[in-house]
Ligand binder design. Structure first.
Ligand code: BTN
Length: 282
């Protein structure tokens, strides 16, 4: 059964049917522009993972436009990087995935997209919080020594063509209590601003920032975006311990290579690592 309601500029379509969990499609108001025109925002009341949901739709060749956003109110089995989980209190945070089709990029330049999305998040969050925000390599978003958000980018390649990228974004917004194991290293927007924020409004604004950096990347802005990314690296130029193959070693975070490998300076000897080879000691 399909029920369709239209309210002035805010169009809401509620779809009731065989879809489980109950799916609530909300087309947002016309505050988007460019890639994100607001006609492709799908809000799900409850879903295991928005990334999985979007990838499943893609695998079934569901026609989806670039810029489609899948947003969850209650994401109960969110996925993080390196096989971790992403936990988010129902209705409190931004948990969404957006679809990009970066066929203009050679798949060997996948890190360029990570850079563009990361810097969009930094710019958006600095404008929201009025405080410095950094990127813990490769793409965790930090305020001070606390993680406030993260992303999980999953790429779908067909031969040598980069067909699509599912950009999963989780930002702690109105949640103020976290599991004890991560509480001391986790932050939320509300903990900093001391006020609740409107989630669809924040999502709209963040998508506008992403749209802008993505369009700039298309026009060849990678070099300047990489400079910005490097300047905003968490612990840049600082001496800290790292775990390299399980061994604790002190090094100075030096930067990243073009392909996204982390460069660490050990007594004036710079070595670069991929994500599986090194970990921060926090
Ligand atoms: C990380 O920091 O480890 C990445 C977190 C990414 C979480 C987001 S929430 C929306 C999207 N759906 C998922 O299952 N994960 C991402």
């Amino acid at each position: 059964m399909w029920l369709i309601f239209c309210f002035l500029s805010l169009k809401i379509i509620i779809v009731l049917g065989t879809i489980t969990p109950l799916t609530l499609f909300v087309l947002q108001s016309n505050t988007f522009s460019g890639l994100f025109d607001g006609q492709n925002v799908i809000t799900l009341q409850r879903v295991p993972s928005t990334n999985e949901y979007l990838k499943d739709k893609l695998s079934k060749s569901t026609p989806l436009r670039e810029g489609t956003v899948i947003m969850a109110v209650d994401q109960y089995a969110g996925r993080g990087q390196k096989g971790t989980t992403w936990q988010s209190e129902s209705g409190k945070n931004l948990t969404f995935s957006l679809l990009l089709m970066p066929s203009f990029l050679d798949p060997k330049h996948q890190f360029r997209l990570t850079v563009a999305i990361s810097i969009a998040l930094v710019r958006w969050m600095e404008s929201l919080l009025h405080t410095p925000v950094t990127i813990k390599w490769p793409n965790d978003i930090y305020v001070g020594d606390r993680k406030i958000g993260g992303m999980l980018i999953e790429n779908i390649l067909k031969g040598k063509v980069w067909k699509s990228a599912v950009i999963g974004i989780g930002i702690n917004v109105n949640q103020t209590e976290f599991p004890p194991a991560i509480g001391a290293r986790t932050a939320s927007v509300k903990q900093i601003l001391h006020t609740d924020c409107d989630l669809p409004e924040l999502m709209t604004d963040l998508c506008l920032h992403i749209g802008r950096t993505y369009e700039a990347l298309k026009k060849g802005a990678h070099d300047t975006q990489l400079v910005f990314y490097k300047q905003h690296l968490y612990r840049l130029g600082e001496l800290h311990p790292f775990l390299v193959d399980g061994v604790r070693v002190n090094g100075v975070l030096h930067g990243v290579t073009e392909s996204g490998r982390l460069q660490v300076d050990f007594n004036n000897y710079v070595v670069d690592f991929d994500i599986k080879e090194i970990a921060f000691v926090i």
